[in-house]
Design a protein around this ligand. Structure first.
Ligand code: SF4
Ligand code: SF4
Length: 245
């Protein structure tokens, strides 16, 4: 599989096509990640401890990681080791993966198109963002310090129809709220020196859908495989923790 889903061979580089490629490839990446984690956990698996086991009436046939082993079974030790590995060692690995992805962003810079200031989306309404900010949520506080809601969805759509449609499609049945920043002057920030961290750090999520104008799409293209692999690993580990914890 190519490391870059949006290679030059892919002539259709529209947002829609990029989104479809991401979805199509995630399933395969998820399977690869699950297989690689399974192999790592299998390294702790004891070799046939049942041959000299004194526990009577053990009816567990399939000795997989999720079986309900009795407390003094060697496979139970395996489960405990696996859980510790996933919650401590693996967490550290994921942090390194995330850092590598974000470090690569430093090779790219903002193209000053203003698209992210002109149309931003949130799963929260303005009221909800205010409530979250009052409860100490830093992101919400910064967000409402610059962004204001559009009067209507039509107004938001007019600003960037392609980006609007795709954001809508992404959330499917869930509600999404649209915002703009009144500090944008032409394509530039009129309060650049005082802009909050959410603006300085944008885009802060490697899987975030970006406007097609955004120059950080090149970074996203470069790291899309790593980012999806990271997401798959996070999801799989949460699953294991839920089952083993
Ligand atoms: S404060 Fe400046 S950089 Fe931030 S969203 Fe507004 S115009 Fe853009
Ligand atoms: S959309 Fe991307 S390139 Fe355009 S202003 Fe925002 S961060 Fe910069």
């Amino acid at each position: 599989m190519s490391n870059n889903f949006f290679s030059s061979q892919n002539k259709d580089n529209s947002l829609k096509s990029q989104h479809k490629n991401l979805k199509d490839n995630y399933e395969q990446i998820f399977i690869e990640a699950a297989e690689s984690i399974r192999k790592e956990l299998d390294a702790f698996k004891p070799e046939n401890p049942c041959s000299n086991c004194n526990i009577k009436d053990c009816k567990i046939e399939k000795k997989d990681i999720f079986a309900p082993y009795p407390s003094n079974c060697k496979y139970k030790d395996w489960q405990i080791k696996a859980l510790t590995f996933l919650t401590i060692d693996y967490k550290q690995k994921l942090k390194v993966l995330y850092k590598n992805i974000m470090d690569k962003k430093n090779n790219y810079s903002c193209g000053k198109c203003g698209a992210c200031c002109r149309l931003a989306a949130s799963e929260y309404s303005y009221e909800q963002l205010k409530q979250r900010a009052n409860k100490g949520d830093k992101y919400s506080k910064e967000f409402i310090s610059v962004f204001v809601p559009f009067k209507s969805e039509d107004d938001a759509k007019t600003v960037n129809p392609e980006y609007f449609e795709l954001l809508n499609k992404l959330v499917e049945d869930e509600k999404i709220y649209y915002y703009y920043c009144p500090k944008l002057n032409g394509n530039l920030c009129s309060d650049y020196e005082n802009r909050p961290n959410i603006c300085k750090d944008f885009p802060h999520n490697p899987l975030k859908l970006l406007p097609s104008e955004c120059s950080f799409n090149e970074w996203k293209n470069e790291i899309s495989h790593e980012a999806m692999l990271l997401k798959a690993k996070v999801d799989i580990i949460e699953f294991y923790k839920g089952k083993l914890g």
